[in-house]
Design a protein. Sequence first.
Length: 277
Amino acid sequence: MTTPPEDPRQYTRIGEFRLVVEDWMDDNAVIPDDIRMPGRGEPLSPALKEWAVEFKKKLGAKGWIAPDWPVEYGGGGLTRNHARIIEEELRRRSLPTLGVSLMHAAAIRAYGTEEQKTTLLASLLRGELTMVHAFNELGHGSDLSANETSAVRDGDEFLINGRKDQITSLLPPDLVLTLAVTDPDAPPAHRFTVVVVDAKASGLVVEAENLLVGGREFRFLFTDVPVATTQIVGEEGQGIEIAEMMVAIENGGMATFSLDQQEEVERREPKTLGNLL
């Protein structure tokens, strides 16, 4: 059972909260001496990968991956001042990246259904799942509208076919946020849809190569991969809009959780869901 985030009301004094964070990090954010950090050109060792996964889960269980996001979405329900302290303490330590990306979480929060937010988004922010986005295809560079991977309706499913290349991640992904053509006859801006694909889905082949840093580069080969139509993010035909928001976050230096970068999410999120805490 997941431990609920701590009640933010007990942290009204910022100085007191900093001490709490420092103590927790000293106990939980130190890589054991017997785990060797990878050298140039080496992948993460199984031991370091296991440590990183478990640390991410611990941090997520406290709501500290996205400290100032709502608790019901997997955040900590804290203020941005509290969140900055957590970010500062993480930066002070030489840790592997947590593999939880603002661009992925922002896409789900801004465009996902309420069920996706309370299940999928919450699992991401609790550190229980790792997600990558598969937008790159060989020969197309940064031109999102040139993507050829297709998602064809078959009853209450899409069948996905195509190939995505040069997808980087520290850890093997559990989920693949995939940009695919759902209406080839529509104008380019409305031709694509973003679909959440299980990395273990039938028909999906995942290949990986080591990078010159500790992460890996993944290639996804889709052959009639079945995905429920409920697994789209946003509406059909909204894929380019979502992908462009995510790319803007990445290009703005916001690929991982940072605290001065959430106005775009707030702007796009339905007003009925409230603002970030």
